[in-house]
Design a protein. Structure first.
Length: 228
């Protein structure tokens, strides 16, 4: 039975059978669940429900999942919400678009409920573990995990979750070079298939926000966070 301590999950899909399947399995695991049949309803419910996780179908009528994710990320209370995309498409474009919009994970249908529940549990466990070290300071850059905010040159802003985690991880290990595969394993996990290009997309978006002086490209190897 859901209670005040139960993580809140919003499920968004235009297929009523998938909604019922996921709602049933999530409630069985103790989550507090609400559902939406389309993207516009999802944005409205997210403002009121403030979920910690959104399971979001990509291919929906009227408003697709990518645009829905972008709109939800713009809600101040939702900037650090977990988002897992659900899709029948396994194309590279769909995956890249999902991660550019701020997805934490990307799952191709048909959905296997037990495997999905395991991935959701791992997502929340990882978040709980990471909160034990809330802040990294490097020069005039402050990265605060407790609020998912970054302060650079006196300006404070919020990053989407995966962009934040990538920056936070690199900043915790300054001047150490990580390959794309190592960053994928540490940020996305070993049980999630993600294209190496996704790391490049996230690095580019982080640089656009904090400037080019912190994360360096080591040609043919990967990336590192530099403290001079």
């Amino acid at each position: 039975m859901a209670n005040k301590q139960s993580p809140k999950v919003l499920v968004v899909d235009d297929d009523p059978d998938i909604l019922e399947l996921l709602k049933y399995n999530l409630k069985k695991e103790g989550y507090d669940v609400e559902t939406a049949e389309d993207g516009m309803k999802a944005v409205s419910i997210a403002k009121r429900f403030t979920p910690e996780l959104i399971l979001l179908d990509i291919m929906m009528p009227q408003q697709d999942g990518v645009e829905t994710c972008r709109q939800i990320r713009e809600i101040p209370e939702m900037s650090d919400v977990h988002v897992i995309f659900l899709t029948a498409r396994a194309e590279e474009y769909s995956e890249v678009a999902a991660f550019e919009a701020g997805a934490d994970d990307y799952i191709t249908k048909p959905i296997k409920p037990r495997a999905l529940m395991s991935r959701i549990s791992a997502l929340f466990r990882k978040e709980s573990k990471n909160k034990s070290k809330p802040q990294v300071v490097a020069g005039d850059l402050t990265i605060d995990r407790s609020s998912y905010t970054v302060t650079a040159n006196g300006d404070q802003f919020t990053l989407p979750k995966k962009e934040f985690e990538l920056l936070y991880f690199l900043a915790q290990n300054p001047n150490k070079v990580y390959s794309r595969d190592e960053l994928l394993q540490n940020i996305w996990g070993t049980d999630v298939y993600v294209l190496a290009r996704t790391v490049d997309v996230h690095i580019r978006k982080v640089r656009e926000k904090i400037g080019d002086g912190y994360i360096s490209t080591v040609k043919g190897v990967g990336y590192k966070f530099e403290i001079n």
